[in-house]
Design a protein around this ligand. Structure first.
Ligand SMILES: O=P(O)(O)OC[C@H]1O[C@H](OP(=O)(O)OP(=O)(O)O)[C@H](O)[C@@H]1O
Ligand SMILES: Nc1nc2[nH]cnc2c(=O)[nH]1
Length: 181
């Protein structure tokens, strides 16, 4: 796929992300203090970096599982149709579940996933998103924990891509197009 020329301006440093994850992990550990084992569900692909850092800060017994959903493909606009590309390996009925999302934008992805997983009757289901763009919301949903609220900018890095590139940036950056279009 061809993309327009762009540069990436740093928006949230790797250090700020690490500090925020430490604080959020303490809150999550309190919320699930009585858990036998927390199933931490990462939404692929964007959350793979966030979930890796988050579970290493969580002082709880955890199992890690992944769900792959896609709504954007390589586009910058949500298709608003959420497709399940890979389901969980584990059953979650009667279990504690934390859904880990990289970014909530229109909210269609998270809202679809919460509906799907709630229908499987977990004991408790909570959600966390590293980033939230509240000004873009179309579905009525907010994650139980949010790392950072951000303005309406197209962001990349720390797991998040633009046309599959930039997932390996250690910080969050915003995409700035340089062709004036
Ligand atoms: O709130 P929404 O408007 O639904 O957008 C948020 C979703 O969009 C991105 O996923 P994408 O479909 O790009 O897949 P990826 O995680 O594999 O990059 C992102 O990772 C979120 O899951
Ligand atoms: N890469 C990327 N994907 C998104 N999906 C929803 N919002 C965004 C965004 O800002 N950047």
């Amino acid at each position: 796929m061809t993309t327009r020329p762009y540069v990436i301006d740093e928006m949230i440093s790797a250090k700020s992300i690490a500090a925020r994850i430490e604080a959020l992990s303490r809150e999550i550990a309190q919320e699930f203090a009585d858990t036998e084992q927390l199933v931490v569900v990462g939404l692929l692909r964007g959350s793979f970096v966030f979930i890796a850092d988050l579970v290493r800060e969580l002082r709880l017994p955890v199992e890690v599982d992944f769900l792959e959903v896609s709504s954007y493909g390589n586009a910058m606009e949500s298709s608003r149709e959420v497709r399940i590309l890979k389901d969980l390996r584990s059953a979650i009925e009667g279990r504690d579940v934390l859904v880990v999302e990289d970014i909530v934008d229109t909210g269609h992805t998270l809202s679809h996933v919460v509906r799907l997983l709630t229908s499987r009757n977990p004991r408790k289901l909570r959600t966390i998103a590293l980033l939230d763009k509240p000004s873009r919301r179309e579905a009525d949903i907010k994650a139980d924990w949010t790392g950072f609220e951000i303005p309406d900018e197209f962001v990349v890095g720390y797991g998040i891509d633009y046309a599959q590139a930039n997932r390996n940036l250690p910080h969050i950056g915003k995409v700035r197009f340089t062709d004036g279009g």
